[in-house]
Design a protein around this ligand. Structure first.
Ligand SMILES: C[S@@+](CC[C@H](N)C(=O)[O-])C[C@H]1O[C@@H](n2cnc3c(N)ncnc32)[C@H](O)[C@@H]1O
Length: 445
């Protein structure tokens, strides 16, 4: 691994903005979500608010999952569908945007898992929710610099992106003008990277070709719709989004008096918490990944802010790098909820081996971020770039910043971790390589 780390050099200017806001805990008051907005405050009537209020008037309160789905990915006016919200001028910033080292180390992780799988000839890199394409771009630069290590593998890149606007930004970043749009097709855009690799875009993971793949999902699962449940004297009840009966054009949370299908089926029988968020769409996607990995080999790396089945009320909005009331001016702010990794593990572990979650700080340190920073600093004389690299490193690894709030979780083919003596009839006993990032850096690769 160290050998791989030394081989590539500084070639992307780091992003300058390092702003990060930690989440606030909400307090549920008598089953209604409190908000930072005062009850008297009139909310701007966005087209999304008009759409949601007519929907609620027609059919009654909607689940938080439906609210999130409409606000974020409604095909006409969804927040992700029409905005480029990332970066200094947007609503939030993510690790790949902060510092190039992040993507480079994930590139090394992909190669390391490809090697551990016996270097299959065809190698699909699949990213879910690629944002502005910065992570894929940093990874492809590593692939290009480590062509020798990739030994002629046929690498292809597959991006699952719901947003036409962001897919355009990704295409520009990864292919320049070398891409074409295909209306109404499951592969809705194709292109070629600067180093000549084929890149394809899809709306859904189902459409990505099956085969050996390394899947990456960075800040993807936190954007998927969650259901919210509250324990009451009568049992678990679902929180819904309704129109405020007093303030016009304002939305509020209400607790349904009777169970819903979701409240009856999504809560674990031994649940100890009083408030729970469940993301069934995330469960379905992680099962699809697990199924593909079990059948065709490969691995998935999921990185997000999250917890291991301990947190309760984490649903929140972000706008202009500030916390934002999730029910106010819908469509103008990002909505997010911490990922419950214990739930993802439950959904996947029948089919694959799960590793983690482990903190971002530990993952990146295990991947050699300190060595990489030193290499970059040695080759960089420009004081402002040096300052940005050091700030970016601090942002990613400092326990008070992103170091401990962000977690890394991996799905691996079971055979990847098979004990050395498994398959007693094998002539050669194979010692599995340690999983990069989840154990301390070795000198092996
Ligand atoms: C929070 S952004 C993270 C972007 C990027 N991974 C990063 O870390 O900078 C979420 C990404 O997932 C995409 N996305 C959200 N919901 C999606 C869905 N249901 N299917 C596919 N992509 C989705 C968004 O358009 C966006 O690219």
């Amino acid at each position: 691994m160290r050998a791989l780390l030394k081989l590539y050099s500084l070639s992307r200017a780091p992003a300058c903005l390092l702003k990060y806001t930690s989440s606030a805990q909400w307090i549920l008051q008598q089953g209604r979500g409190c908000s930072s907005a005062s009850p008297e405050k009139q909310t701007p009537k966005t087209s999304m608010l008009r759409h949601l209020t007519s929907k609620i008037k027609a059919t009654g309160p909607i689940s938080v999952a439906e609210y999130m789905r409409e606000v974020l990915t409604n095909p006409v006016s969804g927040y992700y569908v029409k905005n480029d919200m990332l970066g200094a001028d947007g609503d939030f910033i993510t690790s790949p945007e902060i510092c190039q080292i992040f993507g480079e180390l994930l590139g090394i992780w992909c190669i390391s898992e490809w090697m551990a799988a016996g270097k299959p000839k065809a190698f699909q890199l699949v990213e879910l929710g690629p944002g502005r394409g910065s992570l894929a771009s940093d990874i492809l630069r590593v692939f290009s610099q480590l062509k020798g290590a990739l030994g002629g593998a046929e690498v292809s890149v597959h991006l699952v992106e719901v947003s036409p606007k962001l897919s355009q930004v990704q295409a520009q970043c990864l292919t320049g003008d070398q891409n074409q749009v295909h209306e109404d097709q499951s592969v809705y855009r194709t292109g070629t990277s600067a180093s000549g690799l084929p890149i394809s875009w899809y709306h859904r993971i189902d459409d990505v070709p099956r085969g050996f793949s390394i899947y990456l999902a960075h800040e993807f699962f936190d954007a998927l719709p969650i259901h919210k449940f509250q324990k009451t004297e009568k049992g678990w009840r679902e929180l819904m989004v309704d129109i405020d009966s007093v303030v016009p054009d304002k939305l509020r949370f209400v607790v349904l008096p009777t169970p819903t299908l979701a409240s009856a089926t999504l809560i674990q029988p031994d649940e100890k918490r009083q408030h729970v968020e469940v993301c069934p769409e995330g469960g379905v996607i992680v099962q699809q990944l697990a199924n593909r990995i079990a059948e065709h080999g490969g691995a998935a790396l999921i990185a997000d802010y999250g917890h291991d089945g301990t947190k309760t009320d984490t649903f929140r909005g972000f706008r202009g790098h500030q916390l934002h009331d999730a029910l106010e001016a819908p469509g103008t702010a990002d909505l997010t909820a911490d990922v419950d990794f214990s739930y993802l593990r439950r959904m996947a572990e029948d089919q694959v081996a799960c590793v983690g979650p482990i903190t971002q700080r530990n993952f990146l340190k295990n991947m050699g971020i300190d060595t990489r920073l030193q290499v970059l600093l040695r080759s960089c004389a420009d004081p402002s770039t040096r300052t940005q690299l050091i700030r970016g490193y601090d942002m990613l690894t400092n326990p008070q910043k992103m170091g401990e709030r962000f977690l890394f979780f991996g799905l691996l083919a079971r055979r990847r971790l098979a004990p050395p003596d498994e398959g007693g009839d094998l002539k050669k006993k194979r010692v599995p390589l340690p999983v990069a990032g989840f154990s301390e850096l070795g000198n092996g690769l």
